[in-house]
Design a binder for this molecule. Structure first.
Ligand SMILES: Cc1ncc(C[n+]2csc(CCOP(=O)(O)OP(=O)(O)O)c2C)c(N)n1
Ligand code: SF4
Ligand SMILES: [Mg+2]
Length: 350
């Protein structure tokens, strides 16, 4: 029934958040994806996270590439800014928007084909530059939109629906992001909202580039026996490194301290609360994170949770010492200071 528009009016008694919006205000159009597609669960988690964090929808810009995953921004945050770019080019368009207006929250939505195949170079540079954004890859191991060819994240030896075997080595985007210098790297599963929603919340509060690789089964082309991205396979091999509950200390008055949690301070003064499965796992140690991921992979397991975070991360604007505020809010005088100012700059470069 995707041709039916959602009703515009909401029941007046729906709960509102601190900025006056109901959860419905964070939704988008009715999804046209296949019933059961993991990508729809990720959209639901984004809606939940933005609503819970009291983010006004018009303060969000969502950008994507091309693919079933890249279609999803149409299905959440209908009142936000949106730009469906070209296949694999979301990061550069997002970077441009972020340079022009640093005051919006940027959500970059991509697929494994979009980011690990055609857009690998763009992904790499976005990670190493520290563009402040939440970069989510909805990773199903296939090109869902073009009917199920292997993507570059498909595991070696996995079998396609029509029987072909993938002989190429898989790219692990989370491991690559770590190697490239990303300051927040997480992995989750679309079927585990209890883990995914707090991770998205933490990524939103992070001060630099935040990357989340979300294993998201394609029920049409990659959910069969032999696939390593199917619901059954992921559930059986998912090894959670930690469970995080995002706690906004500014709003939270009563904080309990069970023995197996640690708080990681964030750049904005809030804290990430980690509920560790492995008592000795330290998400602030990049080398240890790389090692832990390799060990899990060697054991045929998927490490999920907050894999790495640098609590003191700074964004690209801070590194470049750009002017504070959004460029689009500057007046003509500030943007075009005249010939005398230009002469001074030129003189300083001689
Ligand atoms: C430049 C260009 N090349 C190829 C395509 C064809 N194409 C569209 S979507 C897609 C793959 C999408 O895969 P992924 O990013 O994993 O998204 P999914 O559909 O699996 O969510 C391809 C190859 C295109 N649209 N543009
Ligand atoms: S083809 Fe796969 S990725 Fe695309 S909507 Fe259907 S289940 Fe989702
Ligand atoms: Mg895909």
């Amino acid at each position: 029934m995707t041709y039916l528009a959602k009703p515009r009016l909401h029941h007046p008694s729906l709960t509102k958040n601190q900025v006056g919006y109901t959860r419905r205000d964070y939704e988008g159009k009715v999804s046209t994806l296949c019933a059961g597609c993991g990508h729809d669960s990720i959209s639901g988690a984004i809606v939940q996270a933005c609503w819970q964090l009291d983010i006004a929808p018009h303060r969000v810009a969502k950008l994507s590439g091309i693919g079933c995953s890249s279609k999803t921004p149409d299905y959440f945050l209908g009142a936000s800014h949106g730009f469906n770019t070209v296949h694999g080019r979301m990061p550069s368009v997002l970077t441009g928007a972020y340079l022009a207006n640093r005051e919006l929250l940027y959500l970059g939505i991509s697929g494994d084909g979009d980011s690990a195949s055609i857009g690998l170079g763009q992904f790499a540079h976005a990670m190493r530059r520290g563009v402040r954004m939440v970069y989510i890859v909805e990773n199903n191991g296939v090109y869902g939109l073009t009917k199920g060819q292997f993507s570059a994240t498909a595991d070696k030896g996995s079998v396609a629906k029509k029987g072909a075997t993938n002989n190429d080595t898989a790219i692990d985007l989370a491991a690559l992001a770590l190697q490239l210098g990303a300051t927040f790297v997480a992995r989750s599963f679309s079927g585990d909202k209890a883990q995914l929603v707090p991770l998205i919340e933490a990524a939103i509060r992070h001060g630099g580039a935040a990357f989340i690789d979300v294993i998201s089964p394609c029920v049409a082309f990659n959910n069969h026996a032999g696939s390593t991205r199917s619901y059954d396979h992921v559930r059986e091999h998912n090894e959670a490194l930690n469970r995080i509950d995002f706690i906004d200390l500014a709003a939270e008055q009563v904080v309990e301290h069970p023995l197996d949690v640690i708080d990681v301070p964030q750049a904005d003064g809030t804290a990430l609360r980690l509920r560790k499965v492995a008592a000795d796992y330290d998400p602030t140690d990049r080398l240890a994170a790389m090692n832990a991921m390799q060990l899990r992979a060697a054991a045929g397991e998927i490490a999920t949770g907050l894999l790495y975070v640098d609590p003191a991360a700074r964004d690209w604007h801070a590194a470049q010492r750009t002017a504070a505020g959004a460029l689009n809010a500057f007046g003509e005088e500030a943007l075009c200071p005249g010939a005398a100012a230009l002469a001074r700059i030129n003189a300083g470069l001689r």
